[in-house]
Design a binder for this molecule. Structure first.
Ligand code: BGC
Length: 366
């Protein structure tokens, strides 16, 4: 039974915080999902948003432990960025194994498998999360403490942002994705609040201009450059990375298409062509649309989504990655279940986005 009796037990906010703390290890990393073997790693993307959700909900230590883990991990693999620079200087081709990983073992080591690792969004997102930490706590000593890993990340992003790489759903590695670039932009802008260099402003402006000069025919953001499709991760372009304001016409048009094509029975899907477990509604993307609604003052719409999200938790308060009960193609679902088991639950990132939303609602009331 979903979402039932939770209030009598404990509220979902408390459950989410406890779940995230339980699944953060001594290294500081967060496992993506404790009960789904394929997700027994720590992703920079999931982790940065999880750390952010902890930060804004008063669990600053958890956020700090994660930031420390990323700092150590990036320093461990700094040699790869040096090698990339060398190869580029000598006009040599870059190979998939040259790039930094999207996910690591919980101890911060690369996994020896064939995962599509060239995904750069998480490197932007960690810089953004770090900047948020320094702003919110008023403690910017980390900028100096992590200087080496920050500069390595910036150097890496400056060199590779324009190359096609896998999107935040780990697909379409031959394309360039506005939501990935938004993460890079957000990270560079965030960190430049402390560095204040012309070079970084020029870089982030170049990325912003590139995104804005690659819209669809009907003047909205595309799923990837050259595509006419849509993706709910395009919400990131305004919330939180602010390529454009939430009320900007291009963003509004994009959201209209998200509502028309991806909002289904109360929850938000990733993109129209999604086949992962039949392409259900993702809890975390539903949180994102609600967060966007709060930013434009559509509180009622946000409230409706919030109710749907809470209904997706099970008796223990676990939130899944996605809900795919209505998937039209049961064969596809069966194939995935055979391959990887039931879809991930609990997913820490779903809980994190729930926590972000709770905090955004609360801050409206204060
Ligand atoms: C999602 C990624 C996510 C990973 C771990 C993948 O299925 O597409 O966005 O980072 O799972 O949660």
């Amino acid at each position: 039974m979903k979402g039932k009796g939770l209030n009598e037990l404990k509220d979902l906010k408390q459950i989410s915080i406890e779940l995230i703390l339980e699944n953060q290890n001594n290294f500081g990393s967060y496992v993506a999902s404790p009960d789904y073997p394929v997700y027994s790693y720590s992703w920079l993307r999931d982790g940065s948003f999880i750390a952010y959700s902890m930060l804004i909900n008063g669990e600053t230590d958890s956020c700090l432990k994660f930031l420390n883990w990323v700092d150590g991990t990036i320093r461990r693999y700094k040699f790869k960025v040096e090698k990339i620079s060398e190869k580029l200087a000598n006009n040599q081709t870059l190979n998939p194994e040259d790039f930094l990983s999207t996910r690591y073992t919980l101890a911060g080591m690369e996994a020896q498998d064939n995962w599509p690792n060239f995904q750069i969004d998480g490197y932007g997102t960690w810089l953004w999360c770090l900047a948020e930490y320094c702003q919110l706590t008023g403690d910017d000593s980390l900028i100096e403490k992590y200087q080496d890993s920050i500069l390595t990340t910036i150097d890496y992003l400056a060199k590779v942002w324009i190359l096609p790489n896998y999107d935040c759903w780990e697909e379409n590695g031959d394309k360039i994705h506005p939501s990935t670039l938004a993460c890079v932009y957000g990270g560079i802008e965030g960190i430049n609040q402390f560095f204040k260099t012309k070079e970084l402003s020029v870089l982030s402006e170049e990325i912003r201009k590139f995104i804005l000069s690659n819209l669809t025919k009907d003047k909205r953001f595309p799923k990837y450059i050259g595509s006419e499709s849509v993706d709910s991760s395009l919400l990131w372009l305004s919330v939180p990375f602010n390529i454009v304001e939430p009320n900007h016409p291009v963003m509004k048009k994009t959201v209209q298409v998200i509502e028309n094509k991806l909002l289904y029975e109360g929850g938000v899907k990733r993109y129209p062509e999604d086949t992962f477990y039949g392409g259900g509604q993702w809890v975390l993307m539903t949180c994102w649309l609600a967060w966007y609604y709060l930013e434009i003052g559509e509180t009622q719409k946000a409230g409706k989504l919030f109710d749907w999200i809470k209904m997706q938790s099970d008796e223990e308060g676990n939130l899944p990655e996605q809900v795919y009960e209505d998937a039209s193609d049961s064969d596809i679902v069966a194939d995935w279940e055979k391959r990887w088991g039931n879809a991930a639950k609990p997913l820490l990132w779903s809980h994190a986005m729930y926590l972000v939303l709770v905090q955004k609602f609360n801050s409206l009331q204060s």
